[in-house]
Design a protein around this ligand. Structure first.
Ligand SMILES: *[C@@H]1O[C@H](CO)[C@@H](O)[C@H](O)[C@H]1NC(C)=O
Ligand SMILES: *[C@@H]1O[C@H](CO)[C@@H](O)[C@H](O)[C@H]1NC(C)=O
Ligand SMILES: *[C@@H]1O[C@H](CO)[C@@H](O)[C@H](O)[C@H]1NC(C)=O
Ligand SMILES: *[C@@H]1O[C@H](CO)[C@@H](O)[C@H](O)[C@H]1NC(C)=O
Ligand SMILES: *[C@@H]1O[C@H](CO)[C@@H](O)[C@H](O)[C@H]1NC(C)=O
Ligand SMILES: *[C@@H]1O[C@H](CO)[C@@H](O)[C@H](O)[C@H]1NC(C)=O
Ligand SMILES: *[C@@H]1O[C@H](CO)[C@@H](O)[C@H](O)[C@H]1NC(C)=O
Ligand SMILES: *[C@@H]1O[C@H](CO)[C@@H](O)[C@H](O)[C@H]1NC(C)=O
Ligand SMILES: CC(=O)N[C@H]1CO[C@H](CO)[C@@H](O)[C@@H]1O
Length: 345
């Protein structure tokens, strides 16, 4: 028994006796080399603190900014002039909100992500924000058109596409609460915006035609409903369109004071000067004579707003044809009392 007890004791003794010896060795060693440890500590502090402050914090700040999401609720372009307009943007920045920080205001370049050289079509001054989970950023700003070609491309993309991508990019500074240092960061967000789909779904109704033109030379009047599939409101102005019938130009369509708003509330008076003969011939041909609907094509011709020619809208509207059916049969019936019949050839 004592043998058995002795053994563990001996083992324990060995432990007890060896540990202090090792520690003593370390203490002695450490004491002798205290200056090495001090230098190491200083080096760690001197290197680690700046590494944290200069490398890690800005990296985190940049990556938090990269993870944030920008969404646009509305864009408004008003008081459109040849060289400038007033732009309003309602937007929201969503982030995880875990860092308390402020982001300085900055000039944000806006450009088409899918257009060759990324020339900005507008530069918007974004206000200072915080890094809270949800930031509402609504801006209204007088905006110079510095590059008409880029702004025309933006309007063309907006008009032609179902969706298109716009990038907002700018260099700014972030201040993380508790650190008295401003870090340079880049704000870059790509947003997908709904486009106008070339006004697909436009209808013309309440039409009337006259055989003798009025004092402005118009022989066609009606109302048009233009759906706005996008979230852009814009003041276009007095707009004219080439009017084609079966590939031939047959006249000009006018819509005055055109301002499009999002949604279905876009109903405007339209008037036109149209050659009677090709229209009257077509409406008596099959299949048009069956229901009286004649397919016209419209393509932008001219846009003037308060006396200024707006090439950036005119050229965008000229980029494509929109087919619109107009019930000429009904208009003729209103005019002469009976519908045109199908020509027998
Ligand atoms: C922004 O929101 C305000 C308030 O709802 C609204 O009056 C304004 O028309 C909106 N602007 C844009 C550009 O969507
Ligand atoms: C805006 O542009 C028009 C020409 O398109 C010019 O007459 C006007 O002076 C400009 N306004 C400002 C404030 O630059
Ligand atoms: C900002 O725009 C949003 C719509 O996106 C609106 O709900 C909010 O009221 C606007 N805020 C201000 C201060 O205009
Ligand atoms: C948008 O429209 C433009 C001009 O018609 C076109 O070049 C571009 O490829 C379209 N598509 C997208 C996704 O932007
Ligand atoms: C259509 O025209 C008639 C008569 O010209 C008018 O009473 C009616 O209000 C018009 N409808 C619309 C939607 O403008
Ligand atoms: C629009 O249609 C007319 C007549 O069919 C044609 O001459 C013209 O080239 C078309 N334009 C575009 C941009 O499609
Ligand atoms: C556009 O219309 C205005 C006013 O009618 C006219 O002065 C101008 O010459 C037209 N511009 C083009 C490019 O057709
Ligand atoms: C549109 O043209 C009419 C004349 O046809 C003019 O009285 C009106 O001021 C013009 N509107 C704009 C916004 O330029
Ligand atoms: C006809 C149509 O698509 N209208 C849309 C216009 O844009 C708004 C959003 O701004 C949609 O809610 C509408 O459905």
């Amino acid at each position: 028994m004592s043998d058995i007890q002795d053994k563990p004791t001996m083992v324990q003794d060995e432990h007890v006796s060896t540990k202090p010896r090792r520690r003593g060795g370390c203490v002695g060693h450490c004491l002798k080399l205290w200056w090495v440890y001090l230098i190491l500590l200083i080096v760690i502090v001197v290197i680690a603190v700046p590494v944290i402050l200069l490398v890690i914090v800005p990296k985190i700040a940049q990556s938090k900014l990269d993870d944030a999401e920008l969404s646009i609720q509305g864009i408004r372009m008003m008081n459109s002039q040849a060289q400038n307009f007033t732009m309003s943007i309602n937007s929201t920045i969503l982030s995880d909100g875990k860092i308390k920080a402020t982001i300085d205001g900055f000039p944000g370049k806006m450009y088409l992500e899918d257009y060759h050289d990324h020339t900005p079509f507008a530069i918007i001054d974004f206000p200072a924000t915080t890094a809270d989970a949800e930031q509402v950023v609504n801006v209204t700003q007088f905006t110079q058109i510095n590059d008409v070609a880029a702004f025309t491309a933006f309007n063309t993309f907006l008009l032609m596409n179902d969706t298109f991508r716009v990038t907002v990019e700018g260099d700014t500074f972030v201040t993380v609460h508790g650190i008295a240092r401003r870090y340079p960061v880049t704000f870059k967000k790509i947003v997908t915006l709904p486009g106008l789909r070339l006004f697909a779904g436009t209808t013309v109704f309440n039409t009337s035609i006259s055989l003798t033109p009025d004092e402005r030379g118009n022989n066609f009047k009606g109302k048009t409903r233009i759906p706005n599939h996008s979230l852009v409101t814009f003041e276009i102005g007095n707009t004219t369109f080439h009017n084609y019938l079966l590939g031939n130009e047959v006249g000009t369509v006018y819509i005055d004071d055109l301002t499009l708003i999002p949604g279905d509330g876009n109903v405007f008076d339209m008037r036109a000067t149209i050659e009677n003969t090709p229209v009257l011939n077509t409406v008596q041909e099959k299949p048009y004579c069956e229901d009286g609907n004649v397919p016209f094509q419209l393509r932008g011709k001219n846009v003037t707003n308060h006396g200024q020619y707006l090439s950036y809208f005119a050229d965008a509207l000229a980029a494509g044809n929109q087919t619109i059916e107009i019930n000429i049969g009904d208009s003729i019936e209103k005019l002469v009392g009976n519908r045109p019949t199908c020509k027998t050839t």
